[in-house]
Each structure stands twice: as structure tokens, then as C-alpha cells.
Design a protein around this ligand. Structure first.
Ligand code: NAD
Ligand code: ZN
Length: 364
């Protein structure tokens, strides 16, 4: 098991990554002050509950904990306030009080929703993230929790840091291949924005990662979390540097929005977005051609798309990019890169430059 610590202004919390870590939960919970007299509530979704939820609940009960569990239908459509209200109802019925602890067992949807429940239930109770997708190595660290509104994704939310994050890499074995690839996009993003040696490591170990080698997955998640936690520690509330985590996301979010969130996984959209961002970086910041080539090669090796084939209307894509939460004052804002492993936020980009870039990453 590998462990790192996230430092925020008023809290430090550990991230544990490895094999068989759920068996160590009683000891790990004790280390963060959660004794057996505190009630636990597992919040999970309908795919994860039969795979890992029931066994987790049973093993914690066998250890003497009082553990409830509430399950909502798997999928992004569940990430809304009515599911939050239902889950809160289950928490009340189980008798959770201010000293109780939520266990968020699942992918990013569960982490975001259960974290939001924990942030708001009785004005906030502690929660532990038990991420079960590769993508959730990203979403479980940093304290952003929330749900969607009919008018947009993640419009309702809070900052609520977990008490700890425990990642069991063995659970990734049941993940559909497409979800593995999607998670690898965020791993690649963490390397591309921060650490050229991590890029080299990914280039060298792509095949083993795709084959779900537990040692390589542990290392990749550890290094990805290291980057995320370094960024988040410097800027917990996204007032500055944290926005670099949006590398590839301006185009990525736009592709997701125009396609009604049904065509690409989040990671696929971000991969196409990173290919676009690297090309825009070459165009605007004079980044070397090597940046584009290595970015695109790495993404391809991780079985990710770098082009979109659909004929999405340009005005809709541009509008979505302007509406992106991170765009301020209707200007186009991108995270761009001068060289591998280093990025910066660039505002006020000309529309013509973006249109040209979109042409380059479209196969139409
Ligand atoms: P997800 O939670 O919907 O999981 C994908 C699918 O895999 C679901 O059907 C789920 O039930 C299933 N699943 C989960 N674990 C499994 C396992 N081990 N085996 C088999 N199936 C499993 O999606 P995701 O990609 O993990 O997360 C996407 C969400 O994360 C989005 O809502 C996004 O907004 C959010 N997110 C949040 C942050 C943040 O900082 N809070 C960052 C990135 C993404
Ligand atoms: Zn993302």
C-alpha cells in the first residue's frame, strides 16, 4: 500500500492506494479517529452495490460497526437534487447524527453526490472516499462535491474535504475497458500538466496499465493523486493555479455538452480536448511540435481518441466553450502548454484560432 497526504489550509488527510485496502479499513479509520461507536452509512450505486457494497457492509458489521447502506441507480442521470433528498431521507431513517461518517463507495458520480450529502447533512458530517473507478482518483481528491442542475453540470455544490481516501486497485478489474481508458485520460492529464518524468513513465508502462497490472495502477494513481494534491494544496477554492486541472477540459466539456453527454465518456472528451489544447499551444505559444506529437501518441497508446468524427455545429461548440464555468466575462479561456509537463491559463483567445484548432482535431 502507498500513502500520501493532502494538505489544505485547515485539514490534512491521507490517500491510501493498493491491493486489499478495504480489509484494512478498520485500522485506517481508527487512524483518522473513527471508532466503532460512530455510525457509518455506505452510499453507493446500483452497479457497485452488488459487486462491493454488500460485502463491505457485511465485513464492517462483522468488525462491530453499525453500518447502513443506501443505493441509487448508476449513471450521471442520478447526480441530482432529488436523489440527494432521497439519500438524505435514508440517512435520517438510519439515525445518522453529526458524529456519523459517510462512506462514498463508487465512481465520480457516487463521490460527488455522497460528498454533497455529507457536506449538507446536518450542516456537514465527515466522509470517506472509496473510489472504484480509475477516473475517481481525480474526483475523490480535492474536496469538490456536488450535483447537476437541469441547466448545467455541477452547478450545485460545495467544497468538503474527505477524512481520507482509500483506493483498492483490485476493484478496477470489474471496470468496463472503456471506463479504464477514460480514467487513464485524467492520469495522462496530471502527467502532462505537471511532471515530464511521469509522462515518460506512462509512455514506458502504457501496456501494463491497460492490462491492469496492480503494481502499475497503484503507481499511476499515486502519481496522479500527487499532482492533484500538490495543485489543490496551493489553491483549495480554485482562485488561481487550480484551474490548470482543466487542461483539455474547455474543448472536452464543449464536446460533452453538444453531444448531450451520450457520445463520449468524460475521459474521451478530455483526451480530444488535450490534443486540441496541445495544437492551440503550438499555434499561440510557439510550443514545439514534439509537444503535440508526444501528447497525441501517449493518448493513442492509452486507447483514447484524439479526433472527433461527428459533425457537431461549430456555433454550438463555441457557445459551450464560452459558457464553460471557467470562462470569465465571455472570453475564451484555455489552459495551454509551452512545454511538456508545464501549463498556464491563457485568457482572451481569438475565436479564429479556436476554429482552426477544431478543424485540425475533426476528421470531418
Ligand atoms: P461513474 O461514477 O458514473 O462510474 C462509471 C460507471 O462504472 C457507473 O455505471 C458505475 O456504476 C460503474 N462502476 C463504478 N465502479 C465500478 C467497478 N469497480 N466495476 C464495475 N463498474 C463500476 O463515473 P466516473 O467516470 O467514475 O465519474 C464521472 C463523474 O465524476 C462525473 O459526474 C464528473 O462530473 C465527476 N468528476 C468530479 C470531479 C471532482 O473534482 N469532484 C472531477 C472529475 C470528475
Ligand atoms: Zn475531468
Amino acid at each position: 500500500m502507498r500513502t500520501l497526504t493532502v494538505n489544505t489550509s485547515n485539514q490534512c488527510y491521507p490517500i491510501h492506494i493498493g491491493r486489499g485496502t478495504y480489509q484494512m479499513l478498520p485500522r485506517l479509520m481508527k487512524e483518522v479517529g473513527v471508532e466503532k461507536d460512530r455510525k457509518l452509512m455506505v452510499i453507493t450505486d446500483s452497479s457497485v452495490a452488488p459487486l462491493y457494497g454488500q460485502s463491505l457492509q457485511a465485513s464492517l458489521r462483522a468488525e462491530g460497526y453499525q453500518v447502513g447502506m443506501t443505493v441509487f441507480p448508476a449513471g450521471e442521470e442520478s447526480k441530482n437534487l432529488s436523489v440527494v433528498e432521497r439519500v438524505i431521507g435514508d440517512c435520517l431513517q438510519f439515525g445518522l447524527d453529526r458524529s456519523s461518517v459517510v462512506l462514498a463507495l463508487g465512481g465520480g458520480v457516487v463521490g460527488d453526490l455522497a460528498g454533497f450529502v455529507a457536506a449538507t447533512y446536518m450542516r456537514g458530517i465527515p466522509f470517506i472516499q472509496l473510489p472504484t473507478t480509475l477516473l475517481a482518483h481525480d474526483s475523490s481528491v480535492g474536496g469538490k462535491v456536488g450535483v447537476n442542475h437541469a441547466l448545467g453540470k455541477n452547478y450545485i455544490g460545495a467544497f468538503h474535504q474527505p477524512l481520507m481516501v482509500v483506493f483498492d486497485v483490485d476493484v478496477l478489474r470489474s471496470l468496463p475497458a472503456r471506463q479504464v481508458h477514460s480514467g487513464l485520460a485524467e492520469v495522462a492529464k496530471h502527467a502532462l500538466i505537471w511532471d515530464v518524468s511521469f509522462v515518460e513513465w506512462l509512455e514506458a508502462h502504457a501496456e501494463e496499465l491497460l492490462a491492469l497490472s496492480p503494481e502499475r495502477l497503484t503507481e499511476a494513481i499515486f502519481r496522479g493523486c500527487e499532482v492533484k494534491s500538490a495543485v489543490v494544496s496551493q489553491d483549495e477554492k480554485e482562485l488561481g493555479i487550480r484551474s490548470i486541472l482543466n487542461y483539455g477540459h474547455t474543448i472536452g466539456h464543449a464536446l460533452e455538452a453538444v453531444s448531450g453527454y451520450r457520445v463520449y465518456t468524460h475521459g474521451e472528451a478530455v483526451a480530444i480536448g488535450m490534443a486540441g489544447a496541445s495544437r492551440l499551444s503550438a499555434r499561440l505559444l510557439g510550443a514545439p511540435g514534439e509537444l503535440v506529437d508526444r501528447t497525441e501518441q501517449l493518448l493513442r497508446r492509452l486507447r483514447l481518441p484524439i479526433r472527433y468524427a461527428e459533425n457537431w455545429p461549430l456555433p454550438a461548440l463555441l457557445e459551450a466553450m464560452k459558457k464553460d464555468k471557467k470562462a470569465r466575462g465571455g472570453q475564451y479561456t484555455f489552459v495551454l502548454s509551452r512545454k511538456l509537463g508545464q501549463v498556464e491559463t491563457v485568457r482572451g483567445i481569438e475565436e479564429a484560432e479556436i476554429v482552426q484548432t477544431l478543424k485540425e482535431i475533426s476528421t470531418q
